[in-house]
Design a protein around this ligand. Structure first.
Ligand SMILES: [Zn+2]
Ligand SMILES: [Zn+2]
Length: 140
């Protein structure tokens, strides 16, 4: 994943975050396995860096979400998942059985992609759309 390192480095720098080995490793791990949960990210980070505490990984994930480098999703009944694809209002298709998550492009192209009949005076900026079903592996 050496090609990714420069990306992560540049992204951290552009976001005004200090470039540290754990931050680079977390961004690389999430880029390599989109929609991974924190445990899976922590396991990948430990593989490349040795001992890094789970708390440290959580701290990096939170900082990167806050800086807009990562998006955090939390499908009902699942641990929070992380991905590097941010800012495009894409949705997710989740398997009810195994929890596999797949990206679905925004249905209309921009948030909020659903307009309620009555907005009750709210300035609505997002509709959280999650598609649920069974993935091909779980169907067979
Ligand atoms: Zn499945
Ligand atoms: Zn996604």
């Amino acid at each position: 994943m050496h090609t990714n390192h420069t990306d992560a480095r540049a992204q951290l720098h552009a976001a005004g975050l200090r470039v540290t080995a754990p931050r680079i490793a977390v961004l690389d791990a999430v880029a390599a396995t989109p929609h991974a949960d924190a445990d899976r990210v922590a396991a990948a980070v430990r593989e490349s860096l040795g001992s890094v505490s789970t708390q440290a990984v959580y701290d990096v994930l939170r900082a990167c979400v806050h800086a807009g480098l990562l998006r955090r999703i939390e499908p009902a009944g699942s641990a929070a998942r992380y991905e590097t694809r941010t800012g495009d209002n894409h949705h997710h298709l989740v398997c009810r059985d195994c929890g596999t998550v797949v990206d679905i492009d925004c249905v209309v192209g921009a948030a909020p992609c659903l307009e309620p009949g009555d907005d009750h005076g709210f300035a609505i900026d997002e509709a959280e759309v999650v598609f649920w079903g069974l993935c091909p592996a779980c169907r067979s």
